[in-house]
Design a protein around this ligand. Sequence first.
Ligand code: SF4
Ligand code: SF4
Length: 247
Amino acid sequence: MCGPASGLVFDLVSKSAFSFKCQACSACCYNKAIRVAPYEALRLSRSIGLTTTEFYRQCTEPGRTTLRNKPDGSCLFLTAGGCGVYFNRPLVCRLFPLGQIIGPGGKEKYGRWPLHPDCLGLLGEEETVESYLHSQGTQLYFRFDGLYAGLQKQIFRAGSRTGTQMKGNGQGDRKPSPPAKEDRFFHWMDIDATVESYCRRRGIRKPGGLEILAALYLEAIRAWLAALPPAKNGRRWEPRKTGNARP
Ligand code: SF4
Ligand code: SF4
């Protein structure tokens, strides 16, 4: 369900004919390296009664955003009855067997992953890519990803410039980046920790709703970027509008 998109031909667009009926056999829920974005971590964490801070400690590889697998290679959330977090499953599980890339100008293209040899799913052309994605509840995930992707690039650029990273507590503390590139801004990915700190400093109550939490998280990142000291050329660090945002 996830991994490099090499070999995948992105020859579909949202209006292309496509249908897929998954038979929930779970054959594809083994030996995957599923990386979750902050919004996915938020949804998953709540579905199992955790904060995102606890979620990263318990459900992802240490210091990473990749979901842990059980010793037999199965996904941590796979149960005898199938996916144990189905209504909050990650985006890649919702898209499968489709893969998506965003081309220049924000144009979306789709490709078909090869199916697992034991997959019982039924591929067809009775619907469209768009209606398939809609049926999988991808809209909120795409929306967050679109808004977050641009900010994430700015966080990386800011970190490269300052050689530091913001802690997820959002209090302006800085510490040297950990060695692994993937982990450099890991702390910033923790929505609960970031929003908690952001609200505390503003004397406001941390909201409970997931969508409001996600929105405040993005607001906290923008505030941090805006407060960065000027670069060497004297220009302030201006958060830029993200180009990928989808309605
Ligand atoms: S989250 Fe659910 S659908 Fe996705 S790999 Fe894990 S068990 Fe399978
Ligand atoms: S292997 Fe195919 S049918 Fe089975 S759960 Fe995965 S997508 Fe669905």
